[in-house]
Design a protein around this ligand. Structure first.
Ligand code: SAH
Length: 212
């Protein structure tokens, strides 16, 4: 069997066993996860492990999120397809690609230039035209393109950063891991004034680095 078809089979098993079986139902999310070749987003020597049920190191002390968590966070945003989405923590670009499969435009911010540039190369090679990259501190969001329909953050701050909530449309939602030792995924809904928070599941993310 060719290597590509081995990866295709592993990807189908990943979606079936790790994602659908654990309760993810959104067809757009399942379809996106079946399409994005996760093995191209991990370091060469990790390719064999790309479809495993775990996060993996991607260099610079950072990790590519576990497939189930990528699916869970994407589903939580209940995307219809026409959205403009802000992502904080591009990392490998894998979550970026999953979003880009589903929505109209993805704006993605990464602090570490090497990771941003690597992700850009992979996503361009795969033909994604609806992804916009920025190198910088994502705690401040990307105000030039705000407001966004949805925001996905894949590194954990101690508390919800108000600057990010301000860049959401009223009624828009943000999924974000919050906490230091103990972290939870929080679904934030922007109100006319302020926001609502709904706590979802316990998680482990790398910290959102604050530079100020
Ligand atoms: N979704 C990514 C997860 C990467 S891990 C993936 O699956 O590959 C989180 C990423 O957040 C890391 O790449 C880290 O460098 C980045 N990060 C941490 N603090 C940040 C900040 N203040 N602004 C932007 N990116 C940040």
């Amino acid at each position: 069997m060719s290597q590509d078809s081995t990866y295709d089979r592993e990807r189908k098993e990943m979606v079936e066993d790790q994602i659908r079986r654990r309760g993810i139902k959104d067809r757009k999310v399942l379809k996106a996860m079946l399409r994005v070749p996760r093995h191209l987003f991990v370091p060469e020597q990790m390719k064999e492990l790309a479809y495993g049920d775990e996060p993996l190191p991607i260099g610079e002390g950072q990790t590519i999120s576990q497939p189930y968590i990528v699916a869970y966070m994407t589903e939580a945003l209940r995307l219809g397809g026409r959205e403009r989405v802000l992502e904080i923590g591009t990392g490998s670009g894998y979550q970026t690609a999953v979003l880009a499969e589903i929505v109209r435009e993805v704006y993605t911010v990464e602090l570490i230039p090497e990771l941003s540039n690597r992700a850009r190369t992979v996503l361009e090679k795969l033909g994604y035209r609806n992804v916009h990259f920025r190198i910088g501190d994502g705690t401040m969001g990307w105000p030039e393109h705000a407001p966004y329909d949805a925001i996905l953050v894949s590194a954990a701050p101690a508390a919800v950063p108000p600057a990010l909530v301000e860049q959401l449309k009223v009624g828009g939602q943000m999924i974000i891991p919050v906490g230091i030792d103990f972290q939870e995924l929080v679904l934030v809904t922007r109100k006319e004034t302020g926001w609502d928070e709904q706590r979802l599941i316990g998680v482990r993310f790398v910290p959102l680095i604050t530079i100020h």
